[in-house]
Design a protein around this ligand. Structure first.
Ligand code: 5RP
Length: 236
């Protein structure tokens, strides 16, 4: 095919804008799933922020929401949505969150925003987990993003050595502590042929609070937003 007849892929700022449009489209589609009086779980990140913004501007009023981070709690309150305590709310009907990667089995890598532990808890406590991604986050095999792992601070070096033994390369994330007072190791180079087995293996390392592989509790529904505003829904 001659170069002139090929569609040029977006570059630089256009890539970011395309990603943003996809996230926004997925967030708007998720709004349709919120019924009056739904007890929601709400994740963390720029995609979820579009969802909260859309919810604030809509007539849909959930009963309240359990939040996966302090940042999301602030946005929910500003949007006039009650922030619920998971210990009091009971099971949640719907959990809405983003992801860093999603595979065809709706297994995910999460934790780019550092909220993975609370996200895992809220996902586990929800009947339906709807994950919103822009199309760039779809992968055949998880792993290129790396696997974020939340670690108790005193165990950081121990966990890092265990990760090296497993054949990956841990990188200390130099950000303020997580909402739980812990640190994040971003682990690169895993060949994730069996996400469920790797998740269990990582969870078994002393000092690991949670890892960003969501295979034991994958999404139930993936909403994929494209740059042109189209959305695709994939269910498990
Ligand atoms: C935060 C997460 C986010 O869902 C993930 O990083 C995607 O973020 P964004 O919507 O900003 O692309 O797991 O811990």
């Amino acid at each position: 095919m001659a170069n002139g007849s090929m569609t040029n892929p977006p570059t630089g700022g256009k890539v970011a804008a395309a990603g943003e449009a996809g996230k926004r489209a997925a967030a708007l589609a998720a709004l349709e799933l919120v019924q009056e009086e739904t007890r929601l779980g709400v994740g963390t990140g720029s995609t979820v922020n579009f969802f909260i913004e859309a919810l604030a501007g809509s007539h849909r009023r959930p009963a309240g929401a359990v939040s996966s981070s302090e940042g999301t709690s602030r946005l929910l309150r500003a949007a006039g949505i009650d922030v619920l305590d998971l210990n009091m709310s009971g099971e949640l009907e719907l959990y809405v969150d983003g992801a860093d990667e999603a595979d065809p089995g709706l297994r995910l890598i999460k934790g780019g925003g550092g909220a993975l532990t609370r996200e895992k808890i809220v996902a586990a406590a929800s009947r339906e987990f709807v994950c919103l991604v822009d199309e760039r986050k779809r992968v055949d095999v998880l792993g290129a993003f790396g696997v974020p792992i939340e670690v108790i601070p005193m165990a950081r070096s121990h966990v890092a050595r265990e990760i090296v033994r497993l054949g990956a390369d841990p990188e200390y994330r130099e950000t303020p502590p997580t909402d739980n007072g812990n640190v994040i190791l971003d682990c690169h180079g895993f060949h994730i042929e069996e996400p469920l087995a790797l998740e269990a293996r990582l969870n078994a390392i002393a000092g690991v609070v949670a890892c960003g592989l969501f295979a034991a509790r994958p999404a139930d529904r993936l909403i994929i937003g494209a740059a042109d505003g189209q959305v695709e829904m994939v269910t498990a």
